[in-house]
Design a protein around this ligand. Structure first.
Ligand code: SF4
Length: 338
């Protein structure tokens, strides 16, 4: 992928050459090296030869909402999906994948059903942002900048920690996309070691926890990783992160009909959320065949119980249900057809 090939070719050149190449690729969004006007002719020829700017991508645009899904075919034929959420206030959030498939097998997740293929490289993660930047430019969108990044696509980012952090540093680099660290979030199913590493990072990246159940019995049924990292240890680790970094922590909670959406679940969740810097994000479930989404009244009731207990609650807009924008769904369909 582009980042790795640029490193191979320009890694030993003076630093300003890499800056020039980054500017062309990630800011001017060139798709052919002949469009570059700053690098020497011979360097352009080397890059044309050994650093392809082509990315094999198919887009699925949602008619119901401002979500755009991209399916990228990688150089080894593996496929990875990524989603762009276009908010009405002008923000563009890229929800990117960190692995092909996932080993953690959460029961509500189509990616989990695929199993684990491999970790993504830094270049493969940066390419997911690049395809959307190119798309917005090509469509002459009103708001063209990618402003926010969430590692919430396929895979568990903490299981590919070093590459994810290197990707974040690159996305933050003003010669690349210049996205502020505070506008980037890592969402984890609760890998405690990763939360610990993140709390020691100099970059102020946000932490989100995919919680989805308020007690160990239910969470272990839905998310097998909970058998290794139970809720008590997870909450202690989050508390430590919060104390060290002083940053808000978002807890994601997918609303599953008749599974985790009862009033007693809301009360249990409220007990876990007694910290002013914790927020709950209730997510309407895009069905993957196993569970059903909670009804709107149930979500409303759940939300009210949390709010009455003083918990800060948001409700994620149901982006892209018509394009299967929950993680792993497009890849699942293609694999079934193949
Ligand atoms: S929800 Fe996340 S951690 Fe769980 S299986 Fe899906 S991708 Fe993996």
């Amino acid at each position: 992928m582009i980042i790795e090939e640029l490193n191979n070719i320009l890694g030993k050149a003076p630093a300003f050459r890499m800056k020039q190449a980054y500017k062309s690729v990630f800011q001017d969004l060139i798709t052919d090296w002949s469009e570059n006007t700053t690098l020497p002719k011979e360097t352009r020829a080397d890059l044309k030869e050994a650093c392809s700017l082509d990315i094999s991508v198919e887009f699925a645009d949602s008619k119901k909402s401002d979500a755009l899904k991209a399916l990228i075919e990688l150089e080894d034929g593996a496929k990875v999906e990524t989603v762009l959420l276009r908010h009405s206030d002008g923000r563009n959030t890229a929800c990117i994948s960190s692995q092909v498939g996932c080993s953690l097998g959460c029961k509500f997740c189509a990616t989990g059903m695929l199993g684990m293929e491999r970790n993504l490289t830094v270049g493969e993660m940066v390419a997911q942002v690049l395809v959307f930047a190119r798309y917005l430019k090509e469509k002459k969108a009103k708001h063209q900048r990618i402003t926010n990044i969430v590692f919430m696509g396929m895979g568990e980012p903490m299981m590919n920690y070093q590459a994810v952090m290197e990707t974040i540093r690159l996305l933050n680099n003003t010669d690349v996309f210049g996205i502020g660290a505070r506008h980037m979030s890592i969402s984890t199913s609760g890998i405690i070691d990763g939360i610990e590493y993140l709390s020691n990072e100099p970059l102020q990246v946000n932490l989100a926890i995919s919680l989805h159940a308020p007690n160990d019995v239910l969470r272990s049924q839905l998310m097998p990783i909970n058998r290794k990292y139970g809720i008590k240890d997870l909450m202690n680790s989050v508390k430590h992160y919060r104390e060290k970094c002083g940053r808000r922590v978002m807890f994601e909670y997918i609303m599953l009909d008749g599974i985790n959406d009862a009033p007693e679940h809301a009360r249990e969740l409220a007990e876990l959320m007694q910290d002013k810097l914790y927020m709950v994000n209730l997510i309407r479930y895009n069905p993957t065949g196993v569970f059903k989404p909670s009804k709107a009244e149930k979500i409303e009731q759940f939300k009210r119980i949390l709010q009455r207990s003083g918990v800060h609650v948001t409700q994620r807009h149901a982006f892209g249900s018509d394009i299967n924008a929950a993680c792993g769904q497009l890849a699942t369909k293609r694999n079934k057809k193949a």
